[in-house]
Design a binder for this molecule. Structure first.
Ligand code: PKZ
Length: 182
């Protein structure tokens, strides 16, 4: 499906999930091997995510030397990965697991290797299974964004969605055990 980012006018009411991370709390890793936020992903981005007020998430990421694209600056694909993962935490504030179906990034300024990127993401709305999110990245001043992102996530049944792929994970045994629990 080819789509563009348009938030519909007829949105559903949303509530923060009672079990969602509290304001200021580190958000749980959905998968320790996740390339974005997983602590066990040796080459990953090691994003640190925190729950904000209402439907907001903040995150930090050290722009390591391995993320270089142009000389001395971050690779654009690395930045889009970061936006995917940071905005991907928004559905967890509402409750359901969801995966990305659409991602857009606008690159506004070069981002130096050695800097620390900060992200703020927020929910724009939900319509049925679709969750619309927006994020900005900055280097210390949120009023001076270096990039912005927009994404649509679609809620999934985790067991069904990953059933055929668990065996590919380095944590296959652990996931198979977790998924087989009622
Ligand atoms: C115990 C173990 C724990 C493990 C813990 C796991 C935690 C949970 C993982 C989190 C992970 C996060 C990590 C970062 C986020 C990724 O990077 S996720 C990875 C990249 N994304 C993917 O691989 C998704 C690939 N896509 C798909 O699998 C299928 O398209 C989906 C998402 C299952 C949807 O398919 P479907 O169920 O058949 O649904 P479908 O009817 O097509 O669409 C539903 C609705 O979405 C709309 N839609 C679908 N595609 C699009 C699109 N491209 N644009 C706009 N709208 C769309 C449809 O129009 C429809 O809307 P309405 O009819 O309600 O208006």
């Amino acid at each position: 499906m080819k789509s563009s980012f348009v938030v519909p006018a007829d949105l559903d009411a949303v509530q923060r999930h009672p079990k969602a991370a509290k304001v200021g709390e580190r958000m749980r890793m959905h998968n320790p091997l996740c390339y974005g936020c997983g602590e066990e992903s040796a080459e990953g981005l090691h994003l640190q995510m925190f729950a904000g007020e209402d439907f907001e998430v903040t995150a930090t990421m050290d722009v390591a030397a391995r993320f270089e694209g142009g000389p001395g600056v971050i690779h654009g694909g690395v930045l889009s990965t970061a936006f995917d993962d940071v905005m991907g935490m928004i559905p967890l504030l509402i409750g359901p697991s969801a995966v990305t179906v659409h991602l857009e990034v606008d690159y506004q300024r070069p981002i130096p290797i050695g800097s620390q990127l900060q992200f703020t993401a927020k929910l724009l709305g939900r319509q049925r299974r679709k969750i619309y999110a927006e994020g900005i990245a900055h280097l210390g001043d949120p009023d001076e964004p270096v990039a912005t992102g927009h994404a649509i996530f679609v809620t999934i049944d985790v067991r069904e969605h990953f059933a055929d792929h668990l065996a590919n994970s380095r944590l296959a045994d652990e996931y198979k055990a977790r998924m087989s629990r009622p």
